[in-house]
Structure formats: structure tokens, C-alpha cells
Design a protein around this ligand. Sequence first.
Ligand code: SAH
Ligand code: F3S
Length: 477
Amino acid sequence: MSQTTQKIFQPLEEALAHHKPLGEERQGEAYMAAGAADARKLAYIETYGCQMNFSDTEIIASMLTDKGFSFTPNETEADLVLINTCSIRENAEQRVWHRLDHLKHIKKKRPGMMVGVVGCMAERLKTKLLDEEKLVDMVIGPDAYRSLPALIDEVESGQRAVNVLLSREETYAEIAPVRLNTNGVSAFISIMRGCNNMCSFCVVPFTRGRERSRDPESIVHEARELVSNGYREVTLLGQNVDSYRVEGTGFARLLERVAQVHPDLRVRFSTSNPRDMTDEVIHIIAAYPNICNFIHLPVQSGNTEILHKMNRGHHREWYLERIARIREIVPDIGLSTDIITGFCGETEAQHQDTLSLMEAVRYDSAFMFYYSERPGTPAAKKLPDDVPLEVKKRRLQEIVDLQNRHSLESNLKDVGCTFRVLIEGNSKRSESDWCGRNDQNKMLVFPKGSRTDLQPGSYVHVRVTQVTGATLIGEIV
Ligand code: SAH
Ligand code: F3S
């Protein structure tokens, strides 16, 4: 594999920077430079959705590299266009439909171009994607990426190809991801796939299948390789990392083993589930300085009855108890969450419970959504989606406004404090500033000044001088 990563593409950089939750829609193109005088075919991959999808794109890129492809940033010159899709909310799917419409025009001009839809929409809609679009040649679900080379052969021989089989075993454990558009500092490591939780609103158990954990040796090996290639931060990914288990190794032990790979390797993870998060994991976070003091702990709602309807397996008091325990063991922990407003039957009083829970916890950041009914989920089958859209939007605005206030207050407390920051690269606005995050996952921006020894991947101490709701601004000390 002789490719080099040519350029950091902003959306993925943002994804890494902000540590978005596993269901957040995002988009990024993956590409690498073709080698000189390279006769390899060109692939273009566009990724929507969560961190897991970005991680899957790196698996797909590995398959394509073995099949003789190089990567292009330009869909108009590609022999193969793959769209890695997200189904988590309706608007995530809408975006993909718009992209497919656009690709139709390109394909009219270049009929030889192969188009594949992969990921969660492929799994959810299956052959419907072939029927409805006179465009799509290939439909591949998240557990079927190993069949990509064979499916490409089928398409090249004039057929259309589909593989949406879900697996109980597939973890792509030994496949070395091709790191397409990273900043060279932070990388994702997928530690498990699928989800068994069946939260009633969620399509993931249907699009990604049963939960299964990846062999810990292969995870530790991947972390070591990353360190030797200059990476300084890994995020361990799973829909519910606390239920990771392979024989004697649970999540706490895995976290510890990855932390032991190198003291300068920062370890993050996503996502924890309040019902499964153990004290053991919290103690491991406290024990290892290189495991970041940051937990993304989705709550979804502050009302116990709604949580019950959501089949979340935790209630309000349980959640608050977990938060109290986390803060007792790791007092300077950074906390973020996911919130869904306007779930089936949610009353005004129940909405107020979400706001009061936010007041009680005071998250540093949050991802906030209004409920979007997904076909085939338990909620879609049993519970009417009866909160009017205007009400959902108004409640969401109240939640967003409150969180913005909390985020700013949390940042204001950091003024005057000094943090150890891992430099990720130039700030978005200026080449004379670095950006990077602290242990609590907050983004800092600061002038490079006269320190010519620093580069992406360096650690530096930065004192905070001013803040916005989203960023800490500081100076090197
Ligand atoms: N296990 C993953 C969840 C992935 S979905 C994780 O914990 O990160 C990410 C977030 O999307 C969920 O936490 C939830 O807040 C939101 N979400 C999921 N299904 C949704 C739906 N039908 N409507 C609105 N938001 C949804
Ligand atoms: Fe979805 Fe709940 Fe699993 S939100 S991904 S079913 S933990």
C-alpha cells in the first residue's frame, strides 16, 4: 500500500475535533493521491453519519486498495463512487437522496461509472435502492464489506450486486484500516459492532445487527501501530462500549490495556450507556492520566416514564446517581450527552424534567435532536408520533438555549486555568494559531508564537485567557 494521505478534509477533522456522538450526521469525502504514473482505477467515497461510519470507510478503503483502487477527491473522475450512509434520523436519509440525485447527472455523462450505496441505508432499504434509483449498481450492508471485491466484479460484468447479510461474528478484526483523511494525530478504533439494546426509537439494531466484540489483541495491536505511525490519540468506538466483552476481557480491562500501549497516547471512548457503565471503568479513567477525563453519557430524556417508553433501561434517578459517582471518582470530568425531545406522548411537564435534569448535571456540551420516527423500530410499531412538529421544534430550542448557557458557563470557569493540550493542527481561522483539545475534550485555540519546535501531535501547556461557548482561547505557557 503506497498511498499517502494528501489532505485533511475539514468535515472529518471537525468530527474528530468535536467528538460527535455515534448518530450524528456528518459528511466527508475520503481520498488519497494516486501514485505517479498509476494505472489504478479511481474510487471516490463519501461518508455520512457517525464516527463508526467514518471508521467503516477506512475498512472499505482497505478492501478497495487491495482490489487495485486509488482514491480521488473528485467524483466526476471516479470509476467507482461509494456513498456510506446514515439512517438515524429522516433528514440524514434525505441528504443522501439529494446526493444520489446529483450523481444521476454525472452518471448520464459517464455511464461507465459504478455507484454503490453502503452502510445503514443500504441495510434498511436493501434492493429498494436498486428499484427506485436508476443509478445504483451496488448495495452493501455494514457487515458485508468483505464481499466488495466480488461485487465490483459482478457489476463490471454487467450485473447489479447486493449483499446486505448481517453477521453475528464479523468485526473486521484483522483488516488494517486505510487512514484516509485524518489529521495524523487522532484515529478511531472500532472495538465492537452492532447493538442489542433496542432503545425503542433507534434504527441501529436493525441496520447494524447484533452486538459483537472484537478480539482485544487486534485492538491493542492497532493502537501500537498507530503510535508507531505518529498518532497520539485513539477513540475506541462502539454503540455501547460498556458491554464490550471477549472472554475474560471486559471494557475496563480493554481500556487499561490500550492506555498501557504508550503514556503519550491519549485514549478516548464512545459511547457509554448509563445502564451498563460500571464503577470499575470510572476507576480506570481515574487511574490512568492518558485516559481522557471525558464521558459522553447519552441521557435522551430527564423523565422516567419517557425513558421507560424509550426502553433505555435506566431511569432519571439511576442516571443522576451515575453522574454523582463519576464526579466523586473523577472530579474534573468533562461530560456530554444526547437528548431527544418530543418523543411519543411527551407532555410539557415531562419536557420540563429534561430541562431540570440538564440543570442538575450541567453538561459541558450536548447533541440535541427532536424525535424522528424510524420505520420498523419498536416505537414506530407501538407508539404514536403525536407531538406536533412545532412543539418539538420549540422544545428543542429551549433545550439548545439552556445548553448554550451551560456550555458558556462551563468555559468561563476555565479562564485563568492551564491545560495540557494535544496539538491537532492549524486553527480553522488562521495558520498562525494552533488548535487542539484538553483532557476534558474542550477545543483550545492559541497563537504559535515563537515555538518552532511544536507540531501536530505535540503536547503543550496553554493558559486560557478568553472563551466563547464553543472554544477556549489561550496562550502557550
Ligand atoms: N449507541 C449510540 C447511539 C447512536 S444514535 C450512542 O450511544 O452514541 C446517536 C443519538 O442519536 C442517540 O443517542 C439519540 O440521541 C439520537 N437518535 C437516535 N435515534 C433517533 C431518532 N429516531 N430520532 C431522533 N434522534 C435519535
Ligand atoms: Fe441505539 Fe440505544 Fe443501541 S440508542 S445504538 S439502540 S444503545
